[in-house]
Write a protein that binds this ligand. Structure first.
Ligand SMILES: [Zn+2]
Length: 367
């Protein structure tokens, strides 16, 4: 099988980078449809307009309706057509960005993506998750290309609640372990080929960055200021993890996350918070060294990520619930089957209980 790595065409990150946005967008198109979170437009619209105007770019600003659904995409498509836009900029959180990516794809236009939080590794990827108007999962839309440009203003990211950065750290923490598993098994990644050396190296750099910088970055996020550590974590959460998961591959941690969504208990937790516990469970499943388990658990604990089931508000009927989670994690087509050995629901059930026990023991020692 061929080896493949894919990534956004250009990645730009810095404090106040939005004030320079027009210069970066200018080579791509003259008239932009800006799909923005209403909340974000509330404080960033004037900066956006000024920056685009200074670069002599036209723009039509369309506040995002709130759901990444086909109806919303069609609505924005009409606006873009009427305003004769030749490119799309998405600014805001995950659903806004997914909508901008899907819209640009359906219109055959270039797309720039400006995440305002660093809570997942989705912005850089060639994937949109489409929901119904009521907010239920509809389908994955695999895009032929990654975004042409991803631009992250770290001052805006630092202004968001710190728990969102921690969630991004949880999502990024899985990247190295899942890519490592895929490289051992020779699994096909989301990029449609085997993992390259480059993707594996980015995934490992992602993990090393987290162990070195995450705690320092959280201090900055709590004070809503930009420091070198915060810059490094935003890059790890967004770019290293983004390219790392897409071209390095997903394995047990994300499948266990998906399994956890099969019970209602943890619905109100962020993606990365559930992925963190999924990572701990994957390490138990693959019998990782004790030292690695301890490093991951300590890092989660330090940044406020859950390391027990109770930490995800799963407190009653645990055996029955974990049976459901384990079965769902092992469903056909799940990425858990990218692990080097065959994985059964029984094994996942055991790993879930042991990961929880391990997390409880850590908390007992540390608190
Ligand atoms: Zn993820």
């Amino acid at each position: 099988m061929d080896r493949i790595i894919q990534s956004p065409g250009k990645y730009i990150q810095g404090a106040d980078v939005l004030t320079r946005l027009g210069d970066y967008l200018k080579p791509m198109a003259d008239r932009w449809l800006v799909v923005g979170d209403k909340f974000v437009l509330g404080f960033a619209e004037a900066t956006l307009r000024n920056s685009l105007e200074a670069a002599a770019l036209g723009c039509e600003i369309a506040p995002f309706g709130g759901e990444c659904s086909q109806n919303e995409i069609d609505r924005l498509r009409d606006i873009a057509k009427r305003a004769e836009c030749s490119a799309v900029l998405g600014i805001g959180g995950g659903k806004t960005l997914d909508t901008a990516k899907a819209l640009a794809h359906f219109m055959g236009l270039p797309v720039a993506i400006a995440p305002t939080i660093a809570s997942t590794d989705a912005p850089c990827s060639a994937l949109s998750v489409i929901y119904t108007d009521a907010g239920e999962f509809d389908r994955y839309l695999m895009l032929p290309h990654n975004p042409n440009l991803v631009i992250v203003d770290t001052k805006i990211v630092a202004g968001a609640p710190s728990r969102l950065l921690a969630a991004g750290i949880g999502d990024a923490m899985a990247t190295w372990f899942e890519a490592r598993a895929c490289s051992r098994s020779g699994a096909t990644t989301m990029a449609g080929g085997k993992c390259t050396q480059a993707a594996l190296a980015l995934a490992e750099l992602c993990y090393n960055t987290l162990t070195e910088e995450a705690e320092k970055a959280m201090l900055a996020a709590e004070k809503h200021v930009v420091t070198p550590a915060l810059e490094r974590i935003v890059e790890a959460n967004t770019y290293l993890s983004g390219v790392g998961f897409e071209s390095g591959g997903l394995a047990a941690a994300h499948a266990i996350h998906n399994g956890l969504t099969a019970i209602p208990d943890a619905h109100h937790y962020y993606h990365g918070e559930k992925v963190a516990f999924g990572t701990l469970t994957q390490l138990v499943l693959e019998n990782a060294p004790q030292e690695e388990l301890e490093t991951v658990a300590a890092l989660c604990y330090a940044v406020g990520l859950p390391i027990t089931l109770a930490g995800l508000d799963i407190e009653e009927d645990i055996p029955a619930k974990m049976r459901i989670v384990a079965e769902a994690a092992c469903a056909e087509g799940e990425t858990i089957h990218n692990m080097p050995d065959d994985v059964t629901a029984d094994q996942v059930y055991a790993a879930l209980l042991v990961a929880d026990q391990f997390g409880q023991q850590c908390l007992h020692n540390w608190e």
